[in-house]
Design a protein around this ligand. Structure first.
Ligand code: WQD
Length: 338
């Protein structure tokens, strides 16, 4: 069965391609290499021994999207990762985000609407919850008004899919709300390749550990949490990738009750910034150089998932501990800098 993975050479996309191949799916990747390298294909082959099909074009080019789907009319599922995802950049360039994250989504859904049946997995984010009122966060927690155009594209993206599914019963869709993905494949053949200064915590930690960054700034230790730093649900990227395959299998096997469903993907455990730093120090045996600075605008105090629904309905559960995932991140950092 052939599956389109858009953004399939990116961080979560590439790890999902590996897990799809492990389950026997044929994969075709579309990626414009704006935030990925074609060399990632070699890493995928090194792990699975299977070369995915790959086409390099920009999904904002509607005629190219139409041509692609006419040439690959045997595609039975789409996992859609291709999107811009830098919160700060989205504030400066909202139109880029609305075109790339929403315009492209409508082109793909238009193509799926033409097919007899279609399965669609959407890369969403816990950012839709904003600062949720109750922890752990369940899927029926209220979606709060987005703090950034990036977050808004996830909220509106879900609404676009939901509205489409309402009038197109032959499209079955699942939105996966990621918490905080990090780490790398244990083979250290693929991992995260942040371009420029990492925005996210873990890559900044490992780059500081390897000496690429002088010092980690911890954005605030005056939050109402046990140690004063923000709490998040850090999930290993391989666990996250496996959840995508479980969600796809639910759709291709027609096990879904509704043709639009939402799942939180996390470990169900919250970890503070200082706890993540301690995890790095345990797995690396290094003391991390960090300092406390003032809060970062837009940060929520805490966000960690209630994973009951994904566990029960998808039959999926995150397996890696924080330290195991952190070790994979550190092993990867050491490899790419060697
Ligand atoms: C985690 C914690 C920071 C960097 C973002 C997006 C979200 C999703 C995941 C795409 C926070 C602190 C961070 C640093 C720090 N992305 N921190 N120093 O903000 O929870 O989520 O990435 O889907 O949509 O919003 O992740 O890793 O940036 O921050 O102290 O140099 O680490 O304040 O408490 P975040 P993050």
């Amino acid at each position: 069965m052939k599956i389109l993975v858009t953004g399939g050479l990116g961080f979560i996309g590439s790890h999902t391609v590996v897990e799809l191949q492990n389950k026997g799916f044929e994969v075709v990747i579309v990626d414009n290499l704006s935030n990925a390298s074609e060399k990632v294909i070699d890493g995928i082959i090194a792990i699975t021994g299977k070369k995915p099909l790959f086409e390099n074009f920009d999904l904002r080019d509607k005629p190219k999207v139409e041509d692609f789907f006419s040439r690959h009319n045997d595609i039975e599922g789409v996992i859609h990762f291709a999107a811009s995802k830098a919160v700060g950049e989205s504030v400066e360039k909202p139109l880029l985000y609305y075109e790339n994250n929403l315009g492209v989504l409508t082109y793909i859904l238009q193509e799926l609407s033409k097919k007899g049946s279609a399965n669609f997995i959407f890369s969403s984010s816990c950012t839709v919850y904003g600062q949720a009122d109750k922890m752990p966060i369940t899927e029926d927690a209220p979606v709060k008004s987005a703090e950034s155009p990036y977050g808004n594209t996830k909220q509106v993206g879900e609404e676009i899919i939901q509205d489409t599914c309402k009038v197109t019963p032959h499209i079955s869709a699942i939105a996966l709300r990621y918490f905080n993905p990090f780490g790398a494949h244990p083979s250290v053949e693929i991992g995260e390749l942040p371009s420029g200064v990492p925005q996210n915590l873990v890559p900044f930690i490992t780059q500081t550990g390897i000496g690429l960054r002088e010092q980690l700034s911890v954005f605030g230790d005056d939050y109402p949490t046990a140690d004063g730093t923000c709490i998040r649900d850090y999930i290993h990227v391989v666990d996250l990738a496996k959840a995508h395959v479980a969600a796809l299998q639910r759709l291709v096997n027609d096990e879904n009750e509704e043709n639009y469903e939402v799942f939180n993907l996390g470990t169900g455990t919250g970890s503070s910034v200082l706890e993540v730093i301690k995890s790095f120090e345990r797995v690396s045996g290094k003391k991390l150089n960090y300092k406390i600075v003032r809060r970062r605008a837009g940060d929520v105090i805490e966000a960690y998932a209630d994973t009951t629904k994904a566990n029960a309905v998808l039959g999926w559960r995150a397996e890696s501990t924080l330290d195991e995932a952190m070790k994979s991140a550190w092993d990867w950092e050491q490899k790419i800098r060697s």
